[in-house]
Design a protein around this ligand. Structure first.
Ligand SMILES: Nc1ncnc2c1ncn2[C@@H]1O[C@H](COP(=O)(O)OP(=O)(O)OP(=O)(O)O)[C@@H](O)[C@H]1O
Ligand SMILES: [Mg+2]
Length: 186
């Protein structure tokens, strides 16, 4: 489990791109956070890091974005769905076997649908920034937790990335409490 401080949008992009460069076929990343916290901004940065240059299709009115890249990216945004059956009906599970990276916003709404092993990213507005949430660039806090060996190794690798050292933050009690809500022990 690691904690990060992302002062500006470009820091969020830098983090996402560095993570994306390490992702490959079959990897699953859950993106969790309140409305407007930065899940989509982060997902797009991750997709850029994977090598995505173009948006292919959004056949389901914004629910599934598919991006072309050497490793395809399937980006789910099931905010408007209420029941996990609706997501299952869209063939959610089939995307895990399509040789791409799967990014899932609002993954905490459908905890039963996500494979146990995945990388969880929780992004929040920094407490101080909430005072002025309308700012163009406002700091975010990010927590990353891995379930399973593959994701633990991946996360450890991101943590060592020399271009991200200035963004690493200490794990506080609050960070531990928050991350316990969203993932199993690791
Ligand atoms: N440090 C930052 N990191 C990420 N986004 C930031 C940051 N500072 C400002 N922003 C802005 O905050 C907004 C975040 O919106 P975004 O759509 O990414 O959030 P979201 O969590 O996907 O929202 P929704 O819940 O509606 O899907 C963007 O306009 C982005 O430019
Ligand atoms: Mg979003």
């Amino acid at each position: 489990m690691t904690a990060w401080f992302l002062p500006t949008r470009s820091d969020t992009s830098r983090f996402g791109e560095a993570l994306g460069r390490r992702l490959g076929p079959g990897h699953i990343v859950a993106l969790i956070g309140d409305l407007g916290s930065g899940k989509t901004t982060l997902a797009k940065a991750i997709a850029n890091g994977i090598g995505v240059r173009s948006h292919v299709s959004s056949p389901t009115f914004g629910l599934i974005h598919e991006y072309a890249a050497p490793v395809p990216v399937f980006h789910f945004d099931p905010y408007r769905l209420e029941r996990s059956e609706e997501l299952a009906d869209l063939g959610f599970h089939e995307f895990f076997d399509r040789g791409g990276v799967v990014l899932v916003e609002w993954a905490d709404k459908f905890p039963d649908l996500l494979p146990t092993e995945h990388l969880m990213l929780r992004i929040d507005l920094d407490a101080e920034a909430m005072m002025d949430a309308m700012q163009e660039d406002a700091p975010r806090r990010l927590l990353a937790a891995a379930t399973g060996e593959i994701y633990a190794t991946l996360l450890a690798d991101v943590q060592k990335d020399s271009t991200l050292q200035d963004l690493l933050a200490p794990m506080t009690e609050t960070a531990y409490a928050v991350s316990r809500q969203y993932s199993g022990p690791d």
